[in-house]
Design a protein around this ligand. Structure first.
Ligand code: AMP
Ligand code: FE
Ligand code: FE
Ligand code: ZN
Length: 288
């Protein structure tokens, strides 16, 4: 059966493989269909497409930073939405992604300054030396600076101790309302999948009722098999998807050495990919 991994990151955002290295690593790992889904950017599409080896297919996508009600009486929560096969030149998409990359830059600088003010050996200049121009900046970049400064031993430890969403140093960014992001990706001919909706170890998650509601507003699918999902949550999501006509996917959410999950650690069924492709009219799945 074809090996399909629909959620991976490159150095266009917070992964550690360049887009070309990502494609090569996926090929070496036996991946037949790879999606490149950097945070709030399509900046890696071209270089990934340029090196696609014969026999491998590339699904061009992005992971959109969004905000959603939780379905409980509490403040909204930050969520991630995967968009696939949308027109990357659609004006609403380019504008919103540019806005979010600016948000990311300002916010990462603020987190860094807060930590520096508390005596941590980090500064804005050294953190941003790890974020080449045009890159979508994220906390993993600061995590690497903390590792380099000897504050923590790993990116994981940086998140567990200092960079998690409940940390005193955390600074939110102004994410896109998830219903608006779904509409925007659909307007651009793409299809959407709610990324790791029940990744509880990252913090608060939405109620299933929120996913059901989004299914009625054009959401295409849910990521079920994801490294941060417990078995019982995968079962819950599979039932929910069946009930509401959502496609179910499985993906590694590979970030190179910023995370420990290897490519193809979780996979999507060929029929699910077909279903997603059938719902999209923006750009084609690329063949070499
Ligand atoms: P940001 O995009 O700045 O909000 O940071 C979130 C990113 O940090 C996610 O996309 C992950 O790549 C990464 N991340 C979140 N939690 C962890 C963790 N425990 N270990 C390593 N990376 C993480
Ligand atoms: Fe990430
Ligand atoms: Fe994510
Ligand atoms: Zn991701």
């Amino acid at each position: 059966m074809a090996v399909i991994d629909l959620h991976t990151h490159s150095t266009a955002s917070d992964g550690t493989d360049s887009p070309a290295e990502l494609v090569a690593a996926a090929h070496a790992a036996g991946v037949d269909v790879l999606a490149i889904t950097d945070h709030d950017t399509t900046g890696g599409w071209e270089s990934a497409a340029a090196v696609l080896p014969p026999g491998m297919r590339l699904v061009r996508g992005a992971e959109f930073s969004c905000v959603s009600p939780t379905g409980r009486k509490e403040r909204p929560v930050s969520v991630h939405l995967l968009g696939y096969l949308f027109d990357p030149a659609h004006p609403a998409i380019t504008a919103e992604q540019a806005r979010l990359r600016d948000e990311r830059t300002v916010r990462l600088a603020r987190i860094t300054e807060k930590m520096a003010a508390d005596g941590y050996p980090v500064d804005v200049e050294s953190v941003f030396s790890l974020v080449p121009n045009g890159t979508s900046a994220g906390r993993p970049h600061l995590a690497r600076a903390l590792v380099a400064a000897g504050v923590v031993e790993s990116v994981n430890e940086a998140f567990a101790t200092l960079l998690h969403n409940g940390s005193p140093y955390y600074v939110p960014k102004a994410d896109t309302p998830v219903e608006a992001a779904i509409a925007m990706v659909r307007d651009a001919g793409g299809v959407t999948v709610f990324a790791h909706p029940l990744a509880r170890r990252r913090g608060r998650v939405v109620e299933p009722s929120v996913i059901a509601d989004l299914a009625g507003r054009g959401l295409g699918g849910v990521e079920v098999d994801h490294p941060d999902h417990a078995p019982e949550d995968r079962a819950l999501l599979r039932d929910l998807a069946a009930e509401h006509g959502l496609v179910t996917t499985g993906s590694s959410d590979y970030h190179g050495t910023n995370k420990s999950t290897p490519l193809a650690a979780e996979r999507t069924a060929p029929e699910a990919l077909e279903d997603l492709v059938a719902r999209a009219t923006g750009v084609e799945v690329l063949d070499s």
